[in-house]
Design a protein around this ligand. Structure first.
Ligand SMILES: Nc1ncnc2c1ncn2[C@@H]1O[C@H](COP(=O)(O)OP(=O)(O)OP(=O)(O)O)[C@@H](O)[C@H]1O
Length: 298
């Protein structure tokens, strides 16, 4: 697969001393559909801004295989004019990209995201989901080979989110490589490859199945009658990982038959119920973070 973009040791330290990105090695290729997953403040936006040439790196380098127009970007915040209609915004962008005869392309892009009915609506009056679709059309106007999307679904309702992912997959099927960021762990399922980012660094790279295999073990999800008691009782069984997710306690144990383990857990004081669970990306994130903390304290 042809390499589209590569960074080595990419870093950004803001003037106030914040190290937003540290030593990022990233390679994106044709056919890629990569999710950059990390909590608020992980350094995702800063990474995108550096890739787009909007933020000057303070270390490392970026190599673009194709020319800059092969790269398009949908920023996190709606950045088209609210005072222009949907169609006018795209006409303006087409002019900025110096596209010849853009009308048929604008029409087909609007139809592909079901926005053609709203072409005369002021962009500022669109819903969050519709604004996202318009931003997507704008980014696709110059027919990019690589599309960068910074948290495209943050603040979008669940139905529109699903619809947005269907559209993105169609775009990917047409041969556009995609790098998206998200703080939502459940959106990992939409990516073919995952990069987990925190504190300006990539903590892990791979697939959800690969992460599950690496972690190994079996996971039990416990409902607690008494949180404190349940936690200390389960901790006494020396699980590999243990953390609370809302009202549920998740515990990962070494590989073993599930039913006897569940029976043992159900019998513990403070535990109301126990069932088998599949490892999630959140489990892996916490697993990696706690392994790092462990390494720091060794
Ligand atoms: N202009 C700036 N000056 C100083 N620090 C900044 C600046 N912009 C971002 N930061 C800090 O850099 C770190 C990374 O921020 P960044 O916006 O890249 O993260 P993010 O993963 O995109 O999170 P979010 O979803 O909150 O935007 C954070 O600690 C943030 O507070």
């Amino acid at each position: 697969m042809a390499r589209l973009l590569e960074t080595t040791g990419l870093a950004c330290r803001y003037p106030d001393g914040t190290r937003a990105v540290e030593g990022l090695d990233l390679a994106l290729e044709e056919g890629d559909l990569v999710g950059l997953i990390g909590p608020d403040g992980a350094g995702k936006t800063t990474t995108f801004r550096m890739l787009m040439g909007l933020q000057r790196p303070t270390g490392g380098r970026i190599r673009l295989a194709a020319d800059r127009h092969a790269l398009s970007y949908v920023p996190q915040v709606f950045s088209l004019s609210p005072d222009l209609t949907v169609e006018e915004n795209l006409q303006l962008q087409a002019r900025l990209y110096d596209l010849k005869d853009p009308a048929p392309r604008i029409a087909s892009l609007l139809a592909s995201v079901d926005l053609d009915r709203f072409r005369d609506r002021m962009s500022g009056a669109l819903s969050g989901g519709m604004k996202q679709k318009l931003s997507l059309c704008s980014a696709l106007l110059p027919a990019p080979r690589l599309l960068l999307l910074d948290e495209p679904t943050t603040g979008v309702d669940p139905v529109s989110r699903r619809e947005f992912w269907t559209m993105l997959h169609a775009i990917h099927d047409e041969g556009v490589a995609i790098l998206f960021s998200t703080p939502y762990m459940d959106e990992a399922e939409y990516a073919l490859r995952l990069l987990l980012m925190d504190g300006g660094r990539i903590l892990a790279e791979g697939t959800l199945d690969g992460f599950r295999e690496e972690m190994g073990g079996v996971v039990a999800a416990l409902t607690m009658a008494d949180r404190k008691l349940a936690r200390s009782q389960v901790a006494a069984l020396s699980p590999l990982d243990l953390f609370a997710e809302g009202e549920v306690l998740r515990a990962r144990f070494p590989d073993q038959p599930m039913e006897p383990l569940l029976a043992r857990l159900r019998a513990l004081p403070g535990v109301a119920a126990a069932r088998e669970s599949e490892s999630t990306l959140e489990d892996y994130f916490l697993h990696v973070l706690s392994a790092q903390e462990g390494a720091l304290h060794e």
